[in-house]
Design a protein around this ligand. Sequence first.
Ligand code: F0G
Length: 422
Amino acid sequence: MTEGIYQTPRIKIGNPVRLECIECGSKFKIHERFYTCPKCGGLFEIKIDLDEVAEKLDRRRLKAEPPSVWKYRAFMPILDDSKIITLQEGGTPLYRCDRLAREVGVRELHVKYEGANPTGSFKDRGMTVGVTKALEFGLRTVACASTGNTSASLAAYAAKAGLRCVVLLPEGKVAAGKLAQAMMYDAQIIAIEGNFDQALALVRRLCDERRDIYLLNSVNPFRPQGQKSIGFEIADQLGWEPPDRVVVPMGNCANIWAIYKGFFEFDAVGLTKGIPKMTGIQAEGAKPIVDAIKRGLKKFVPVKNPETIATAIRIGNPVSGPKALRAIRASKGTAEAVSDEEIIEAQKSLAKLEGIGVEPASASAIAGLKKLVEQGAVERDERVVCIATGNVLKDPEEVMRISRPPVKVPASYEAIIKQLGK
Ligand code: F0G
């Protein structure tokens, strides 16, 4: 076990985990290295034996320890604890935001600040599990396509594990902070002349043909297992009472499903009761899932040339879209799209009213909530949690563009007084 990991003894779950296709229901052993179902191409979910977890759960300890991803070890499909790679992810603040709640128009609003993770986004929760699985499978190279955050996170965890890291990025479309991180962690960065959807198709082919390279996009079934800890932590931080609604920005669409799974599993083992209405937000220029929800479609129609200021969610063909549709429908949630202007306004409100700095994609959750309240689709007396997925420093260029610039004055006291005004 790596230093810094949650150290108290934890429940050993034997081997009660399996891969199960969400489309055709085929089941496979957890040791099999599939990304999608070999029978029908469907996405996998990981089933853990929740009865066994419930039986062995040390509820007193769980309630006494502060939140972190590995506090919930019992729910993680890891076979060998000695392989765990952690940068002490999770345990992020859940801020109660009364000033923002008044502006948005809901009774109680909390923001889960995922920008406080080691590389500044929620991706670290998935990568601690994903990179650990790479070691369990005995692989030495990991890869992903990314709009930026996934690559920053994978590069950091690969560095910690001593693995080679290859990332495919859409050239010229990744925010500066994210690119700088992947460079600093020494990933092999390949900038493709195309968009994220094309980069993902290429890296999937690469990892299918080169079996020595482990794919760590969220089509990998293990990554959402770490991300479900967002749901665990929210319930934990709200005194084991899930909120009425959780609002999540959607890009490739694994996170909303992962959070749903967290609430589902806590409910199943009797730690909490009920599942919040999962509410997904996309940008107007990249909203295939919103369209499918609004039109009641079973399958979503990909968007050809996605466009938005929120580059993190500039995705037209979300690989985990089918999971997002399931999470939203099963929890009686909804989905909405927001414009770039609405995103920027929400980003500013979050910063000015609450001191929370986020990148544009994260602000889409606040913008979407505001829109849904105005439409009457969200009740004003709800208790809502918005997921602020990434840190403001991820996209400094956008911040400089939309914020009040510094004013240059001579180095004199008089000039400062004059500038200050009243
Ligand atoms: N917010 C941020 C800041 C993101 O970076 C992403 C996804 C999302 C929201 C959407 O999450 O894909 O699970 O629906 N970023 C990916 C990346 C695509 O490559 O960093 P999702």
